[in-house]
Design a protein around this ligand. Sequence first.
Ligand SMILES: Cc1ncc(COP(=O)(O)O)c(C=O)c1O
Length: 413
Amino acid sequence: MKPVISKKSRDFKRRISPVRQIMMYADPIHFKTLGLKPENVISFAGGWVNHRMPAELQKAYKDIASDDELMHLSGGYSPTLGLQSCMEALIKYEKHIYGVSGLESCHVAIGANSTQLLFDLMLVLVDPGEKVLLLDPSYCNYPSQITTATNASIVRFPIMDVDTWEYNASERIDTFVDYIQKEKPKVVLLTSPDNPTSQVLPHDFVKAALDAVKSIGGFLVIDFAYKDLVFDAKVPEYFSWGPTDNFLSIHSNSKWSRSLGRRLGWIEASEEIVQALDSVQSSTTLSPDTLHQMALERYLNEAIKNNTLRPYLENVSNDYKKAAQYTVEAIKEYMDVKCFIPQGGLFTCINVGMDGGVFVEKVLKESGVLFVPGWGFGKTLKNAVRLSFGPLVYDLEKISEGLKRASSFLKKS
Ligand SMILES: Cc1ncc(COP(=O)(O)O)c(C=O)c1O
């Protein structure tokens, strides 16, 4: 008799996952079935960065790889929550760039990446039946991460006005606080800068959310995957918050140092949460990658000492800022539809005035241009698509060519 896999994984397989759908659309085999030449397709689908990693980080890997003893050490398990020396370097970086104070190694849990860390964190924070509050729109992977890790229910707060296409978090503070008090979520999960809108949440909004969460005995979690890609020179005050009983943050190396494939992330949280993560993480990853921790630690210590870390981050942010401005201009010129003005990160969203899923399929087939349908980010983006300028950061002409090609379809529809 053929055994059956679990109900949870069968259900998971049945549901259309936005992330799986993006992967399917972006598959060159899919392009060929549509009669497209993969090399002619312009993709705005990739949620990845394309700048060069810091040269000193590359050197750190080289130095380790060319030293027999260090390379041997990198082949050993690290402690479950990471190497003490790497935690100290991360603390130094948070202090140097953002002025985070009061952060100690007992508040840091290094993991394989922020995707795994969020999954483990949900196991630590949430009991079955409790609620997790997400903004609508927000990162399309959260719902499946949350519900696979726990049987929590997800509640959504619409942060934009679908009719006017305005995203003004400051104007929604009171209704957000009322919503938190009514729904009593165990966790409020925010992202800043955000995926898919690239908005940076204002300090007042985040502070009010923290106060509301405190009053109901919940947690405010900020996913800082794009923390170092903010376009304004001045970042909001909460970027310098250390963890408390009610506040914690998730960080990733993927974007700022272009280490998407060299997986490494960390959580800054209260000592109690970090200790609980120690138990959970020992069953999920056992320990984070040693080589990446060793290289990152060497790099951060050197770059802070030599004062090269801040200029590197400023240059990188500037490159994405230019790409964002170019993209918004090209949207205005060729499409004349509403979009968000990015404040950081890699994305904007376009109001296409029709079902975003239908738009994506048609525009790919007819123009060879790929966007991501908005539905996976929440109901507010049903008639929208996400555009990523990350992969094309140094290929700006392709951005205008892609938008020009897509616009002829928009006019036809
Ligand atoms: C908001 C957000 N969080 C987390 C991640 C995943 O980060 P990591 O590479 O650390 O798993 C992404 C990736 O696109 C993201 O957009």
